[in-house]
Write a protein that binds this ligand. Structure first.
Ligand SMILES: Nc1ncnc2c1ncn2[C@@H]1O[C@H](COP(=O)(O)OP(=O)(O)OP(=O)(O)O)[C@@H](O)[C@H]1O
Ligand SMILES: [Mg+2]
Length: 464
């Protein structure tokens, strides 16, 4: 705030100096022109009508000319003897001045001098020429005290200083008020930002009015709640991940302890234990692999490797891979492609393969014996639509929004029995989003589910 006032003060002082300078130059210049006019009139009159020697005529004329002014008129000859002085003081004396000397050689000269009392005196000198041969015969020298002009300038100066001081006081008050209006919300923002940096996302800024600060406050509050959600999700993820990893580890520990504590174990039983052990290790490996995939997708390090993909080949390869699982449960796995020879699409083959594979695998896993799973392919607007439909267990409506959450399983124990990690759909969703697409689910308990994958039908091959 102080800086503003200093800047304004400097500006006002500079402005005052400039205005006063221009004003004083103008007034002095006007007076100078006026003095020269009078001096020239005197010089002309002396030349034309009276002679230098006719002092009384000069006196009469000069008194007339200078009447009502405070101009002092002096006439000197070329030996600098004062022939006439309207103040009479110098008559008969010698008067040498630089400007008189200049006028004696034909120049019109002027100067401003300070007298003994410190008053500014404007002086002008013009030559007096003989009428017939134009020879210089003397000099007219006029002196005028600048008291009136200096008084006017002084008066303006005082007024300007007063106005400047008033402006400074006003600006001071205004900036104080403004800084209060501006700083108090900024202080609040700063304190909330500090709290956020400490991980306290419950803090909120008070939203007052409808100005830019209110908009900023709303944005900060929104950011806080989003950060809070993120932090909660992170905590939940860490706790879920720890729990998921702990379960197989506990089983492994149990198996190992049982083997250790049994004396002379039966080789058949040992083999059984080892098989269980191997299954748990597989499960652990699967969880860790899926976690790594998700972490990569989250960190943005997983850049899709786009290539030209024949979607029908991709879907058929998934059907082929899962046909054994389907057969084992007596499930009919079939395709229903509404597109014939579709143009190749630009995709990351592995990521989309993995996503569709998991959804189809779910459709088989969470289905009853004798059910069906249909993989459909069609076009919807600018998207390629892949639908995986089953008539399996279905998903309750209230769980639809959680189905893509990490570690989410409808029936924990049953899903775990099937070896599910609860990460497959989360990975599938991330992969589809990475391609600019989205996934929907429609399902009813006991009726089955349909997962719809929308992928932008980009037929231009681009790996940038
Ligand atoms: N087609 C479906 N029908 C019924 N429930 C399903 C279906 N697909 C998924 N679910 C439910 O959603 C949960 C999450 O599925 P997700 O694929 O993410 O994990 P998972 O299948 O348990 O594990 P993973 O995919 O790692 O083997 C499943 O455990 C299951 O309860
Ligand atoms: Mg799955």
């Amino acid at each position: 705030m102080a800086t503003y006032i200093v800047v304004i003060m400097i500006t006002l002082v500079l402005m005052s100096i400039y205005i006063l300078g221009v004003l004083s130059d103008n007034l002095y210049e006007n007076e100078q022109i006026n003095l020269f006019a009078k001096a020239n009139m005197m010089s002309d009159t002396i030349t034309s009508y009276v002679s230098v020697d006719n002092i009384s005529a000069i006196e009469e004329y000069t008194n007339q000319l200078l009447m009502g002014t405070n101009i002092r008129g002096i006439v000197v000859n070329l030996t600098y003897n004062v022939l006439f002085d309207s103040n009479r003081e110098l008559t008969g004396k010698v008067l040498m001045r630089e400007i008189i000397q200049s006028a004696a050689i034909g120049e019109q000269a002027h100067s401003v001098i300070e007298d003994d009392l410190g008053i500014n005196m404007m002086t002008v000198a013009v030559p007096v020429r003989q009428k017939d041969n134009n020879d210089i015969i003397g000099v007219v020298y006029l002196v005028e005290a600048m008291t009136n002009i200096d008084q006017t300038i002084g008066y303006v100066k005082i007024n300007m200083y007063m106005v400047s001081a008033l402006i400074c006081i006003l600006v001071g008050f205004l900036s104080f008020g403004m800084s209060y209006i501006v700083t108090s919300p900024v202080d609040e923002f700063t304190s909330v930002a500090k709290e956020i940096s400490k991980g306290n996302f419950d803090k909120r800024v008070k939203v007052k009015g409808h100005n830019e600060f209110a908009n900023l406050a709303t944005t900060i509050n929104y950011m806080c709640s989003e950060l809070g959600n993120l932090e909660n999700n992170r905590r939940k993820f860490v706790s879920d991940a720890s729990h998921e990893l702990k379960t197989p580890l506990t089983t492994i520990k149990l198996i190992c302890d049982s083997v250790i504590s049994t004396d002379n174990p039966d080789p058949k039983m040992t083999h059984e234990f080892l098989r269980d052990l191997s299954e748990e290790v597989d499960r652990l490996t699967r969880i860790i692999e899926r976690l790594l995939t998700l972490t990569k997708l989250d960190s943005g390090k997983s850049v899709p490797k786009f290539e030209s993909v024949d979607i029908i080949t991709l879907l058929n390869s998934i059907v082929k891979k899962l046909s054994t699982n389907a057969k084992a449960k007596d499930i009919v796995l079939y395709t229903d492609f509404k597109l014939e020879n579709p143009a190749p699409i630009s995709l990351d083959y592995d990521k989309i393969w993995e996503a569709i594979y998991n959804i189809t695998d779910n459709a088989i896993k969470y289905n009853d014996e004798g059910g069906y799973v249909k993989i459909g392919l069609s076009k919807e607007g600018k998207n390629l639509l892949i639908q995986i439909e089953d008539n399996g267990h279905g998903i309750p409506k209230e769980e639809h929004e959680h189905i893509f959450d990490r570690f989410f399983r409808l029936d924990d124990s049953r899903a775990r029995e099937t070896g599910g990690t609860g990460l497959g759909l989360a990975i599938a969703k991330e992969a589809v989003i990475l391609h600019g697409g989205h996934i929907d689910v429609s399902s009813e308990v006991g009726m089955g589910s349909t997962f719809s994958i929308y992928l932008p039908y980009n037929t231009e091959f681009d790996n940038s």
